[in-house]
Design a protein around this ligand. Structure first.
Ligand code: FAD
Length: 357
């Protein structure tokens, strides 16, 4: 992530276009003594182990930093990292896409990869429809689609899917909050147009017929973080009767995975935003959407090579935190794909870590 930050800092110059990058800091609010203890522990590790500029703020300092944050809302302090930043996902991914085309990448749209072809312990290509694209190196970076592809190639990854809802307000013309703010339930970021994008911590786990497959891997995660996912036992039924569910209005076209935002999460987002920032409470929720978080049991990404299948690289399972570190993940993969060593130690992210247990 630290490596990614260095890339983000120079990205607009490198790509020659604006991606909404702003180094506005990251503020994690504390609402109790227990929150403070947990954040102090993070802060100490951030400074001592990683040399970051993370510091603790008192309640008064927190309110001074973000004047729109109302007093009397239970904020007892915060952890603040001034060097952290934000960018616009749609602009950034488009900019990378254009830069890849400019560098000679060929792109094939419309049909999924159905199989990673291997022979004699080596990757030989990918199958799309009835065509085989030959390649000596294949990077599997298919988000929530990765585990299914890799399973067919012989690597079992206990990747699961959480449906997470996001709400966005109309733009606030006169109020600016440069920092990303984490509240009790939400993560709040003001976008380049002045609107607030509010992600709700936690999401829906839509039960599937093969949900049993990875159950054992998630026992410990569920115990330590029971609110991370609400199990929707009726999801298989809802898939059969899609007309029976109601979704809030959205101005985004549905993605292929057809992830629905949950109206009650949108309301959760609106309520906490208005509670923390009453001066912004009049901003209407303009739209909402949902995305699939491809999660791993240890909630850290899978990045690296696969034992026994030479030429196969994996970058997936970012567990809801793939946009920020994305540029560095790309850098690591490009080095590995060129047959060089990773510029940072990625051994703890190995795709093989689940095979060994
Ligand atoms: C609601 C929400 C909020 C988030 N907030 C943050 C945040 O604040 N900060 C942060 O850092 N991250 C955040 N994330 C996480 C971040 O968006 C992801 O970690 C990141 O997008 C993962 O990138 P990826 O390239 O691995 O996968 P994706 O972005 O999912 O890309 C994978 C691509 O592969 C394609 N694909 C899948 N299967 C196949 C196939 N068989 N053949 C061909 N193509 C295929 C998919 O269609 C997709 O286009 C959030 C995610 C969600 C859902």
């Amino acid at each position: 992530m630290i490596g990614a930050l260095r890339i983000w800092e120079g990205l607009e110059a490198e790509l020659g276009c604006r991606v909404g990058w702003q180094q506005g800091g990251n503020l994690s609010l504390a609402f109790s003594e227990a929150d403070l203890v947990a954040r102090r522990d993070w802060q100490r590790r951030a400074v001592e182990e990683f040399g970051l500029d993370t510091r603790m703020l008192s309640a008064t300092e927190t309110h001074a930093l973000i004047p729109q944050l109302a007093t009397g809302r239970g904020v007892v302090g915060a952890m603040y990292t001034a060097s952290d930043g934000k960018a616009e996902p749609a602009r950034a991914t488009r900019a990378f896409f254009d830069a890849a085309l400019g560098a000679g990448a060929a792109v094939c749209f419309g049909e999924p990869v159905t199989r990673i072809d291997t022979s004699a312990g080596k990757v030989s290509g990918v199958q799309i429809g009835d065509r085989l694209y030959r390649a000596k190196t294949v990077v599997t970076a298919a988000g929530a689609g990765s585990a299914a592809l890799l399973r067919k190639a012989g690597l079992s990854l206990p990747q699961e899917f959480i449906r997470a809802t996001v709400a966005r307000t109309v733009a606030a013309s006169d109020q600016r909050i440069p920092a990303c703010v984490s509240g009790q339930q939400t993560g709040i970021r003001q976008d380049v147009n002045g609107a607030y994008v509010i992600s709700v911590a936690g999401g829906e786990y839509d039960l599937r017929l093969d949900s049993w497959r990875h159950m054992r891997w998630y026992e410990a995660t569920r115990k330590s973080n029971p609110d991370a996912a609400r199990i929707d036992y009726l999801a298989p039924l809802k898939r059969l009767l899609p007309g029976k569910t109601t979704s809030p209005l959205a101005d985004f076209p549905p993605s292929r995975d057809d992830a629905r935002p949950e109206p009650f999460r949108v309301e959760q987002a609106r309520r906490e935003f208005a509670h923390l920032f009453p001066v912004l409470a009049d901003l209407q929720i303009e739209t909402s959407w949902a995305g699939i978080i491809d999660v791993m049991p240890d909630v850290i990404p899978v990045l690296g090579t696969v034992d026994g299948i030479s030429g196969l690289l994996v970058a997936t399972g970012f567990s809801g935190h793939g946009f920020g570190p994305g540029p560095m993940a790309g850098k690591v993969l490009s080095e590995l794909a060129a047959g060089r060593l990773s510029p940072v130690d990625i051994s703890s992210l190995s795709p093989m870590r689940f095979e060994r247990q």
